[in-house]
Ligand binder design. Structure first.
Ligand SMILES: NC(=O)c1ccc[n+]([C@@H]2O[C@H](COP(=O)([O-])OP(=O)(O)OC[C@H]3O[C@@H](n4cnc5c(N)ncnc54)[C@H](OP(=O)(O)O)[C@@H]3O)[C@@H](O)[C@H]2O)c1
Length: 253
């Protein structure tokens, strides 16, 4: 039975991916900080497949290394790692934001992602052919926008780290993809605005954003491609999202 480790399974893409992979009969290792949500998912999905939940902050490298070093045999070797845990904070301009928010994004989206990857690599190498690392990047990693500052830069890291991993994993059979979504309706904007439900609702109102299930479907597709195929980067936007022209700062008339 193939197994998947999903970080940030308590909400959004991670939760939807847990449901998608469970439907296909994969064993699940689900992580996140909110234990009660993990337990609720476990009691729902363990009727279908083996489920292991790990209450884990990806920023804590010792805890990550310990937890992944002690996985029960039943869940090994690991077929797929979904590095999904992540967040954006501080949508204001760079010059107005709190330094702490920048550190939290770097610690989660970069340090947390490399903590989990480092600990999971031996488990994926034990699988070899057909194994995958699916990293959640973002369109923000490729395309700049106002208020993107450290969030976009952290996702640019995810893209380049994914490409560089591919170079080192050549010959092992382990695949790596940077999956880069555009606007998707999850708890992402609620987190970014520190709990402002109105701001979150306003962002998604009157348009058709991607849904968590859309991304889960792509994750499942990537994980089940024939073993000789690697999609390096998969960027997905809703049809109703596109780029803007450059902004120009002009003198007053
Ligand atoms: N929604 C979008 O528009 C969008 C677009 C492009 C990329 N993304 C990326 O997609 C990923 C998932 O986002 P989402 O939209 O599904 O947002 P979400 O609904 O807020 O889910 C984020 C998940 O990350 C987990 N997480 C955050 N910090 C963590 C930490 N320190 N340790 C462990 N888990 C942590 C959260 O779990 P706990 O709080 O329980 O720990 C939660 O399960 C993120 O990497 C995000 O940057 C989102």
């Amino acid at each position: 039975m193939p197994s998947v480790l999903i970080t940030g399974a308590t909400s959004g893409f991670g939760k939807a991916a847990a449901m998608r992979f469970a439907k296909a009969g994969w064993s699940l290792i689900l992580t996140g900080r909110r234990e009660e949500r993990l337990k609720a998912l476990e009691s729902e999905l363990s009727k279908q497949v083996p489920v292991l939940t790990l209450t884990l902050d990806v920023r804590d490298s010792d805890a990550v290394t310990k937890a992944l070093g002690e996985l029960p045999e039943q869940f090994l070797p690991l077929t797929c790692l979904i590095n999904n845990a992540g967040l954006a904070l501080a949508p204001e301009p760079a010059q107005k934001v709190d330094l702490k928010d920048w550190h939290t994004m770097i610690d989660t989206n970069i340090t947390g992602l490399v903590n989990v990857t480092h600990a999971a690599l031996p488990l994926l190498l034990a699988q070899g052919e057909g194994a995958s690392i699916l990293n959640l990047g973002s369109v923000a990693g490729q395309w700049p926008y106002p208020g993107g500052h450290v969030y976009g830069a952290s996702k640019a890291f995810v893209q380049q780290f994914s490409y560089n991993l591919r170079c080192d994993l050549l010959g092992t059979g382990v695949r790596v993809t940077d999956l880069a979504p555009g606007m998707a309706e999850t708890e992402f904007t609620l987190v970014r605005t520190k709990g402002n439900q109105e701001a979150s609702d306003a962002l998604y109102r009157g348009t058709t954003p991607l849904q968590a299930e859309d991304i889960a479907e792509q994750l499942y597709y990537l994980a089940t491609l024939p073993a000789h195929i690697n999609i390096n980067r998969l960027e997905i936007m809703p049809v109703r999202q596109a780029w803007s022209p450059f902004n120009i700062n002009r003198d007053p008339e």
